[in-house]
Ligand binder design. Structure first.
Ligand code: BGC
Length: 354
């Protein structure tokens, strides 16, 4: 039988040995991207955002709903390889920390996701416009929640979404949050890590799209800390020159004057410079693939200049091997005229043509 003193000494020694073994191990090596992340990013190719539909406070509030006619467009040859599907979950979930997502809304999203996947495209399902999380004013038809539960709700929604789609194949990607900014500028890295950990409880290898603050600006990539996870794709959004792409857009205050041209040498330097910055930062972050999940120009931009903008951006993106998605399908940045039931052929050809 061991004396109490020896037993205590042995327990202490074992504890110290274990602690020392743990301490002497190198910290978990940063994994960098998996082959699946690289291949998954490449497969995204050219895409389109189904914007202003499920990301409105309620579907239809911004004049558009997901119509079967839109879904049918994406399977056509020579159009898109992927659809980014923005969804405003926060306005369809209970106001408490559990953020229980309304069953009818879940069923609606299920149906859209499945019909898109049935068209053989890749689908990026995101969380979009949780206004209060960014510290923004609420939109009409939105409700405020107790600020103390904002982040718990974010994670609770992701837990439900991740569980709901856990059995889908790899052609479904999740994007953690669209354009974090404002209130999130300070705590985004931490919240991102917690969201990725939450999703990983049920989806250990699903590809996740993650991006920096300042509305997913490449300029904010130096501040981004990535969770140590191999199945990530980095995303940035690109609307420069902003005075050109957002001319006349009433939601981008102050409203920019219209009649602005594109693309001078200085414009082009700005446009390609941001893509180069994104690629340099992606290398610094471990070589993760970069996806430009939004770029586009508002319908009030002069038509010929808008085509020049598309030409410069598409060429710059494709020369760098960057997958991309145009903002957006059928609204006021759109490539599709919903009223006439046809594509704006010049814009669509410039984007998706040979
Ligand atoms: C927003 C849209 C907006 C677009 C262009 C997107 O990220 O979700 O509401 O129209 O950027 O400003």
């Amino acid at each position: 039988m061991l004396s109490p003193t020896f037993a205590l000494w042995r327990a202490t020694a074992l504890a110290m040995a274990f602690a020392c073994t743990a301490c002497s191990l190198p910290p978990t090596a940063f994994s960098g991207p998996s082959p699946e992340a690289r291949a998954g990013a490449k497969a995204l190719g050219r895409g389109v955002n189904f914007g202003n539909m499920l990301d409105a406070p309620r579907e239809g509030d911004w004049a558009l709903s997901v119509e079967q006619a839109f879904v049918d467009l994406v399977g056509r040859p020579g159009f898109v390889e992927h659809v980014r599907l923005p969804v405003r979950w926060s306005n369809h979930a209970s106001a408490d920390a559990h953020a229980i997502i309304e069953p009818a809304f879940f069923e609606r999203v299920d149906s859209v996701v499945q019909r898109l996947l049935d068209r053989s495209v890749i689908v990026i399902l995101n969380m979009h416009h949780y206004r209060q999380l960014d510290g923004d004013a609420l939109d009409p038809a939105e409700f405020a929640v107790d600020p103390a539960v904002l982040e718990a709700r974010f994670l609770a929604m992701w837990r439900q979404i991740a569980q709901r789609y856990a059995n889908h194949g790899p052609r479904l990607l999740f994007e953690v949050y669209n354009e974090p900014h404002g209130r999130l500028d300070a705590g985004w890295n931490d919240l991102l890590a917690r969201a990725v950990a939450t999703i990983r409880e049920s989806n250990p290898t699903r590809l996740l799209v993650v991006g920096p603050t300042q509305w997913n600006s490449a300029n904010a990539l130096p501040k981004l800390v990535l969770p140590n996870d191999p199945h990530l794709i980095l995303t940035v959004h690109h609307y420069e020159p902003f005075g050109f792409t957002h001319q006349g857009a009433e939601w981008a205050q102050p409203t920019r004057p219209t009649g602005i041209d594109c693309c001078s040498a200085a414009d082009q330097a700005l446009m390609v410079g941001l893509l180069d910055l994104a690629q340099r930062e992606a290398t610094r972050l471990g070589g993760y693939p970069v996806y430009v999940g939004e770029f586009g120009a508002y319908e009030q931009a002069p038509a010929a200049a808008r085509l020049r903008y598309v030409h410069v951006m598409r060429q710059a993106l494709e020369r760098r091997g960057l997958p991309w998605a145009w903002w957006e399908l059928a609204g006021d940045f759109g490539v599709y005229d919903r009223g006439l039931g046809r594509f704006y052929s010049d814009l669509t050809d410039a984007l998706y043509g040979p």
